[in-house]
Design a protein around this ligand. Sequence first.
Ligand code: SAH
Ligand code: SF4
Ligand code: F3S
Length: 440
Amino acid sequence: MSQPKKLFIKTYGCQMNVYDSERMAEAMGGQGYETVDSPDDADMILLNTCHIREKAAEKVYSELGRYKGLKAEKPDLKIGVAGCVAQAEGEEIMRRQPMVDLVVGPQSYHRLPELTARTHNGAKAIDTDFPEEDKFEHLKSRPKAKRGPTAFLTVQEGCDKFCAFCVVPYTRGAEVSRPAQRIMTEARDLVERGVREITLLGQNVNAYHGHDTGLAGLIRELSTIDGLERIRFTTSHPNDMDDALIAAHGECEKLMPYLHLPVQSGSDKILKRMNRSHTRDQYFALIERLRAARPDLHMSGDFIVGFPEETEEDFRDTLDLIEQVKYGSAFSFKYSERPGTPAAERPQVPEDEKDDRLQRLQALLKRQQQDLQDAMVGREVSVLFERAGRLPGQMVGKSEYLHAVHVTAPENQAIQPGDLLKVRIESSGPNSLSGVLIGR
Ligand code: SAH
Ligand code: SF4
Ligand code: F3S
């Protein structure tokens, strides 16, 4: 048998890219490639890229620059660029970095094996179409390998919202949902391979319509799979949070009490200019309903500071919103001008102003997150263990609220990855909790 070729994939950006990279690795597995952890002795390097902010996009070019030496030493090394920069910049990538052999957009990954074959003898291959067919149904899997206890599963792709700052509708195309039956099959397969927690992914996952009762219907159906213990989903848009999905948070035991529901800003003026299509009061009302359904729900969010024409007063509205909601976790960013998006044409906030606001916002979020994490001390949580910790016998897992929890088990009760156990929290550190086992 011929030696397997070595594929190194580096993944940037969101969880959907993480999922896509796994599927590409599986597809290339069928072509005789095995994945490796370092680019140094790879036969093919694939960068799965992100275009969301300028810094993310520029990283690709600096990373490519680092491969110059490798390519000079090994001329038949293939270098490919996938993901959202591939979609947004296409051929431009090959102009800026002629050593790139292959450019493939996020909707064309099922064509990767064929594109790779086309790069024989120094030829270039590029595919940034939005084909009709579902890429995932055409991505072949290699023989079923055992895997860790948590997995991502993309159920929806693309975005029709066109927020004024965002490139995603251009890089990922229109909203499409995968049929529920295919998701069920994939989920059962993951569970057979050892997965106990599935996070359903979509750019607007709660706009999912591949099930006749939407995302809530899909979650309820997934709940019937024996051995699947936990379900999460991300990322949601406030406007797509329907009654059934709110109710599911109270009724569906396997659905975890943690919700990522980005609002971006707490100012009605800015929300309007962002084209988010809801007000701050509507967001508050939504959270109230969610917490009525599930009182211990931990909220998470995304925030942008320094959006064009954001004043100090607008920014304070955002701080105020955060004070009221109390987030268990959050991601925050300085507004980054993206070519081709409407907000890039508007009067910009000076960089030092953005820096200052980001610092203040993050200080508040950090305090809040720490308070909520500290409040777990003394409580009983369930922990899905994932990996060994630094200390002998120590294991690390996640609580239902997504807090990292460290537990050192007594010698006769060693914990295995995939164990779902009851833990009493005893202390709270800067980034994680520690506790003791109280039951199996
Ligand atoms: N679909 C999700 C977000 C996807 S992008 C939603 O609507 O919530 C992830 C996050 O990146 C966004 O929530 C936003 O906070 C941030 N983001 C997107 N475009 C940005 C830009 N131009 N500058 C700074 N942050 C941006
Ligand atoms: Fe981007 Fe808005 Fe779509 Fe989210 S909803 S992906 S922020 S355009
Ligand atoms: Fe980035 Fe594309 Fe995800 S721009 S955040 S990789 S959808």
